[in-house]
Design a protein around this ligand. Sequence first.
Ligand SMILES: *[C@@H]1O[C@H](CO)[C@@H](O)[C@H](O)[C@H]1NC(C)=O
Ligand SMILES: *[C@@H]1O[C@H](CO)[C@@H](O)[C@H](O)[C@H]1NC(C)=O
Length: 272
Amino acid sequence: MGFLLCFSLLVLLAAPYLEGGSAQRHRAVRAQRPRGGSSPMPSETTASFWVSISPKLMTVELGSSVWLNCSSNCPLLESPVLHTGLRRGLTLSGPNWVSFQLLDVRTWSSDVRCFVTCARVTRGATARINTYRPQSVILEPPVLEGREHTLRCHVTHVFPVRFLVVTLRRSGRVIYSESLERFTGLDLANVTLTYAFPAKPNDYGQLVTCHAHLNLDGLVVHGSSAPMALSFLTWSTRSKALASTCIAALVGILLAVGAACLRKYLLMQSRA
Ligand SMILES: *[C@@H]1O[C@H](CO)[C@@H](O)[C@H](O)[C@H]1NC(C)=O
Ligand SMILES: *[C@@H]1O[C@H](CO)[C@@H](O)[C@H](O)[C@H]1NC(C)=O
């Protein structure tokens, strides 16, 4: 008895949901029916209908032209629609693909969308085009101050900054390297790296260079500075100054000692 009551209660509770569900199904069916009503759409076609754009991601030098291929498994009765802010060039097409040329890409990062309509259903695919600018790398002549060499390297027109790695080499060997991945800005940037390291007697004349690498999804853009010799000049002027002070002091001491000796000698002579 208790079980029956419980069961009917369940049915009562569930009834509105069951009704609501069927009403929704009706609505869904109505909405799916094509407006023209000529041919009901075979659901398998739309379910497996895809649009693809390739390549999905491209990294090109600023100002390049690129080709994007938009394809679908649905025969392209109407040409796919391309949404892009970039300038369009030539178009090539086949039975189920269209290749679009985009000219003179000058946006740092842009999304290109391709839409295909198949049996009144529209689907799209997105590709991203990123650009980079080859960087120029300038290493200032090294400065020797105190007991430290200071290197200052400028990398100009860097984009995108977060993929940049700046490396300093001495006689070909890496002495310092820094990744700028913490800089996530999307603007063109100038980067200055300053690095100081202790000077050693055998440093002078050794060549130092600065290198910049942009690691862009499998593409590495590399720039190097002209080599610079570790300075000796500043060091030698300083040591010359130090040496002359020492000599002056030494001469002074010698003179004083000499004078004292002479005085003592003269004194002894006069006593004798
Ligand atoms: C575009 O893609 C389709 C399908 O992948 C391929 O058959 C066709 O050759 C491509 N066209 C170009 C110009 O690459
Ligand atoms: C970067 O440096 C270049 C050359 O020194 C200069 O023309 C440019 O204005 C600088 N750009 C920025 C963003 O500071």
